[in-house]
Design a protein. Structure first.
Length: 116
């Protein structure tokens, strides 16, 4: 049993060093919009308005099906008053306050969830 815990611990250390860690931004959905011209999903959860994906074509590596799921999640969170957390890879010392506003965030979130 202890070998399993050692293996898991080493695996986590390797992943942290390989991916540079991560950070999570949690907040309430303030803005959720779709661009009528190209279907770009724009969301602000308190850390700037971000262009995340497009509803009808791949954009920044995000498939349209994922974009539609994110849109649904953000709408659900906003309607229910629940917070959303977005987790990002931290490769360059980026944090929630340095993602920018009215931009495609670099990096894009790799994990989005509605908080309980």
């Amino acid at each position: 049993m202890s070998k399993i815990f050692i293996f898991l611990g080493l695996s986590l250390c390797f992943l942290s060093s390989a991916y540079g860690g991560s950070f999570t931004c949690k907040g309430h959905v303030k803005i959720i919009a779709l661009s009528p011209g190209n279907g770009t999903l724009q969301v602000d959860t308190g850390f700037g308005t971000h262009y995340l994906c497009k509803m009808h074509e791949p954009y920044n590596g995000v498939h349209p099906d994922i974009c539609k799921a994110w849109y649904s999640m953000f709408l659900t969170a906003q309607a229910s008053g629940r917070e959303v957390s977005q987790t990002y890879s931290d490769k360059n010392g980026t944090n929630c306050s340095s993602l920018g506003t009215w931009v495609v965030p670099k990096p894009l979130p790799y994990y989005v969830k509605i908080e309980q």
